[in-house]
Design a protein around this ligand. Structure first.
Ligand SMILES: C[S@@+](CC[C@H](N)C(=O)[O-])C[C@H]1O[C@@H](n2cnc3c(N)ncnc32)[C@H](O)[C@@H]1O
Length: 423
């Protein structure tokens, strides 16, 4: 049965939240100030969810979502919110996460909000039935794959490629089976990784390799790699020539499915935000370096040691070419963080961990005396936890800059700086 609810605020994942004495109800696609009719039911974790039936009275922040697929696609969460509300909410996510840990930066640097339409990586869910391939996204709140031909957040080149792949993948995928298809553009060239069973036997044979060669030529793919499952090792099966990314003046031949910032504009905004903070000369470390997004530009200011746990990324950095090259070290910084004495050798350290944050690493840094730490994070909650450790260890939280490259989602990124307090 549908009930009428007033929405009081947005939850952490962008759902509208109705607060009552019975608890919270999370209503998808609802905004603060909306009065909505919703069907309430508990989800598997006992959280009360409201399925939006209709908006009875609109919030002043409500706008018409620009994407025609918004009603059913699970890709975006906040297209129905006006620009001012949306921006404020994103800034609030970072501000609130810091506040919860009793933190406030001395300076909020000007935020950057990037438009949609330039995501350069996408993972499509693929399914083949009656020799037809559906290559789309998951439907909202479901595991059903839906064929979405247009997307306002993806680089149009990715969506054009998607159209070519729906035809080209038919001879590759197995009938009645699903697979994940990852595609990434690197300077206008395409990298693709298929995860799942392929060919007649689920693994590549000669016939399949020929089909892949044809697919690469017809769809304009520069590299095709395959693995049987998420945990299996990757095999590059077709590669026309290395896919090279330029980070500063460093040329890095990327391994398959290399981590790149999701948008080029986002990469540039983050790099600029980091470089504005980095001293003009010095000895630096880049922790959680990936393939060198920050390492490359940092080399313009001095020597750089890059640390990263993923072997192909470190190997790529070791072979990178440029007027200056970094030293690259494979290291698991969760289990074996840079020790205080090792960290103290640097004039500044950049750290850009995965969503889990860098708790063990910042514990070691907090005890050290590196004059400047620059944190990049895609998770304000774990960042705030780690920032608290640094502040308790004698650092000032100098500045925070919000960078929003995950347009219309609940994700947001930031760059922060910490300086050591003198005793
Ligand atoms: C958010 S990405 C940033 C990569 C790079 N800074 C960039 O902007 O392209 C986080 C990086 O941390 C690496 N990573 C994840 N866990 C790690 C660990 N335990 N030790 C070291 N690196 C790790 C990932 O492989 C990934 O390259």
């Amino acid at each position: 049965m549908a009930v009428t609810l007033l929405i009081h605020k947005l939850g952490p994942k962008g759902d509208g939240v109705h607060l009552s004495q019975r608890g919270r109800v999370y209503v998808d696609r609802a905004l603060p100030g909306d009065s909505v009719e919703a069907e309430i039911h508990p989800d598997d974790d006992g959280v009360l969810r409201g399925d939006l039936v209709r908006v009875v009275q609109s919030s002043p922040h409500r706008v018409t979502a620009p994407c025609p697929n918004y009603g059913f696609c699970g890709g975006c969460t906040l297209q129905h919110a006006g620009e001012a509300f949306y921006r404020n909410w994103k800034l609030g996510i970072v501000r609130d996460a810091l506040q919860k840990r009793g933190l406030k930066p001395k300076v909020w640097r000007d935020p950057v909000f990037l438009p949609g339409g330039n995501r350069r990586r996408a993972t499509f869910a693929a399914f083949k039935k009656n020799n037809q391939v559906t290559l789309g996204y998951f439907r909202r709140r479901s595991h059903q794959v839906t064929d979405i031909a247009s997307c306002l957040i993806a680089d149009p080149a990715i969506m054009d490629l998607r159209a070519r792949l729906t035809v080209g993948l038919a001879p590759i995928l197995q009938e009645g089976k699903g697979a994940d298809v990852f595609v990434q553009t690197v300077n206008g060239r395409f990298d693709m990784v298929i995860t799942g069973p392929i060919g007649r036997k689920g693994v590549p044979d000669l016939q399949l390799r020929e089909a892949l060669t044809l697919l690469a030529r017809q769809a304009g793919l520069d590299r095709i790699s395959w693995r049987a499952g998420e945990k299996a090792s990757l095999e590059a099966m077709i590669e026309t020539s290395p896919l090279v990314a330029k980070f500063g003046s460093l040329d890095v031949a990327l391994p398959p499915q290399a981590f790149l910032q999701p948008t080029k504009a986002g990469e540039m905004a983050l790099v600029e935000a980091v470089m504005e903070l980095l001293p003009q000369r010095g000895k630096f470390a880049d922790l959680f370096s990936g393939c060198g997004t920050f390492t490359g530009p940092m080399l313009g200011h001095g020597s750089v040691d890059a640390y990263e746990s993923v072997e192909p990324a470190i190997r790529a950095l070791m072979k990178a070419k440029g007027p200056r090259v970094p030293r690259a070290f494979r290291r698991d910084l969760f289990r074996n963080p840079l020790r205080r004495d090792e960290a103290n050798r640097y004039d500044a350290i950049v750290f850009d961990p995965p969503r889990a944050g860098a708790q063990e690493q910042v514990k070691a840094l907090a005890a050290g005396k590196v004059p400047l730490l620059i944190g990049v994070s895609c998770n304000p909650a774990t960042f705030a936890r780690d920032a608290r450790i640094l502040v308790d260890g004698g650092y000032w939280l100098q500045s925070v800059k919000v960078v929003d490259q995950f347009t219309w989602s609940h994700h947001v990124e930031l760059v922060a700086s910490f300086t050591k307090r003198s005793k």
